[in-house]
Design a protein around this ligand. Sequence first.
Ligand code: GLU
Ligand code: MG
Length: 427
Amino acid sequence: MDLANLTARGVLAVAVTWVDTSGITRVKAVPVQRLKHAVTSGIGNSPVFDHFLLDDSIVGGGPVGDLRLRPDLARLAVLAAQPGWAWAPGVRYDQEGKVYPTDSRGLAIRTVEQLAEQGLSVRAAFEVEWCVSSGAGDEFVPACSGPAYGMVRLAELAGYLHDVIEALTTQGVHVEQIHPEYAAGQYELSVAAESPVDAADTLVLVRETIRAVSQNHGLRATFAPKVLAGGVGNGGHIHLSVWRDGRNLMGGGDGPCGMTGEGESFMAGILTRLPALLAIGAPSVASYLRLVPSSWAGPYQCWGLENREAGLRFITAGEPNLEVKCFDGSANPYLAVAALLIAGGAGITEGAQLPEPINVDPVTLEGVPMLPIDLDQSLVAFENEPTLLAAFGEQLSAAIATVRRGEIALFEGNTAQEVAERSRWRY
Ligand code: GLU
Ligand code: MG
């Protein structure tokens, strides 16, 4: 898109985002006239952001050093709900022009390229669940009162939901479904599958669009894992399928539920590493308020056909795919897709096989392993997972450990309600 065209469309400035180690989307913006400079030279960006916690306290790094944040104009979108603004995701480079080792979007791009070298590609989509509160206050006041999945809830906020769909569609996002969810004030939106980096970019764009439309309607949106200590939470489920030569390996084979051998291995590589993967996909203290049985959050280390309580749900309707149920909206989406692709790719290299599926509610069986029940357990699993550590590299793995431990310390001694309240408006 050329600059004259952006100006003609009324764009004054471009917001360039990156997602930090903690999962917070952060931004630097440039006027349109500076966009070319931002692409070639980057925007100044302190490496200290790797050590920010969700409350903006800092647990490492220092005031010295500078990275260059460069927008990826291939994903530039003129923002429909924020007149005068456009958005583009960025990648952080060092001053020699190399992608910075802790940059999560850079890691996701590299991971996709490495799978491509083996002839593999992945299609991915994030589901977005969010809760809408009335007014701008910090208390959560559900913006609708109709029943879960109720048509009343759609009617109560029909104008708002209309504007969410319209803004996303105008921005080129393929909305596939929208509906009221179970929790108070909760809705869900799904989008079409695309390449993993695009799916992560789309998630950032979808969330910030929903936030902006909410604000325009006098509402407040939160994607936090648990908004109220009681009740169910906001998931950040990820759908994945792995492909070779234009063929979806999750179907058309003679393995479990029709998977091919490589499709099964991809899923098995993820399943065995699920405890470690939670340090990436359920990265906040609040994540573990959500990850409990009977909440359809997938707190078990098992898989099942259409099983919404399994950590991995397998889906055969339409394009066969696996759904990572246990991840939530506090995850950095670039780290999340990178970690899943690394785990799945390792499964293929190892020729890993799936155990028997669990096709009943796991709570009714004995011996189905639970996933980690707190962030400390996930982090320890991550620190003992050589494949993920090697692919993430020392610097990024260390930043993840420091930030997770920092957030554990931040919430030390808090009640569940306090954790929910202090996390609620950060995501
Ligand atoms: N809200 C649930 C979660 O925390 C998911 C509900 C559903 O299956 O869509 O993941
Ligand atoms: Mg849902």
